[in-house]
Design a protein around this ligand. Structure first.
Ligand code: ZN
Length: 295
């Protein structure tokens, strides 16, 4: 009785395997028929690799190709390649990270803006608030303003610095398009066009027009040697602020090192920048733009 039962089970297992194999063979044949492209046109391997990809993986492949196509200077090519290799080695994790950052960016902080990506002369954030005398941070003039959530984040960060006995002096914040035109013209008069291009943005290309960028302290290189700047370098990302123009990246960012200039991008984007993009904001912003375009 028992051996008969075993025999029946064995037969049904074998039958099941045979059926499954033949179904697989059928579906293979069917998909081969569907892909009725001349075999000389598309390699069979790439067709089957592409058909196994999820929509997110297809999107990632397109975004990575677009990111690689951005003309990065040759001396940064190895770094760009290493970033892409790291992403390619853990696609599921990267997709999960970038989707979370994209979803968290409900305030539109991750605008792609640099010397070749302009925002319009009429762009003005709707939620600007004036910076007034307060207990968290000092201001060096009375016409400063920031987007409201950025001012809130600044207050939290400045209070954390204050708890360690440090004062984060806010020196420059939102600049309108027309004000940026005046600023750029002033630096051209003082330093000449070539030098002005290195540290002042033409109107429409300044992060300050976003209402999310802050210049701290003296706006001079010597600020880097101060305790508040050292604190910012170490802790700003914990509060969602990212150094925009790091040392050694002028050919990538378009601007010389500015130890004082931080842009609010939110904590998740700061983490993405650090985990996948060598902590370089420009690379992260570029990739996010490519990812959004590839949707
Ligand atoms: Zn600045």
């Amino acid at each position: 009785m028992r051996s008969k039962k075993i025999m029946y089970s064995l037969i049904s297992v074998v039958a099941g395997v045979v059926l499954a194999c033949s179904l697989t063979a059928c579906s293979r044949l069917k998909s081969a028929a569907d892909n009725s492209v001349p075999s000389s046109a598309v390699p069979v391997a790439s067709v089957s690799a592409a058909s196994r990809m999820s929509p997110d993986e297809v999107r990632l492949t397109a975004a990575t190709a677009a990111f690689k196509a951005i003309p990065h200077p040759v001396e940064y090519q190895a770094e760009v390649d290493a970033i892409c290799s790291k992403i390619a080695s853990s696609p599921a994790l990267f997709i999960s990270d970038i989707k979370a950052v994209d979803a968290a960016d409900t305030e539109g902080y991750l605008v792609y803006i640099d010397k070749t990506h302009f925002i319009g002369s009429d762009y003005e954030p709707a939620d600007l608030v004036p910076l007034v005398k307060n207990s968290a941070y000092p201001i060096n003039r009375n016409d400063l303003s920031l987007r409201a959530p950025v001012e809130e984040a600044l207050t939290v960060m400045a209070n954390a610095a204050k708890a360690e006995g440090l004062s984060l002096l806010v020196s420059s914040t939102y600049r309108s398009y027309s004000y940026q035109e005046q600023v750029f013209a002033k630096w051209v008069r003082i330093d000449g066009l070539e030098e002005a291009e290195r540290e002042s943005a033409r109107a429409g290309t300044s992060q300050h027009q976003l209402g999310t960028a802050i210049d701290f302290g003296s706006i001079e290189d010597d600020y880097a040697e101060t305790a508040p700047c050292r604190w910012l370098t170490k802790h700003a990302a914990e509060y969602g602020f990212s150094l925009s123009f790091p040392q050694g990246y002028e050919p990538i960012t378009g601007f010389r090192w500015e130890c004082w200039h931080f842009r609010y991008i939110g904590v998740p984007a700061c983490e993405l920048q650090k985990a996948w993009f060598n902590d370089i904001q420009q690379y992260m912003i570029e990739f996010v733009a490519c990812w959004r375009d590839a949707e």
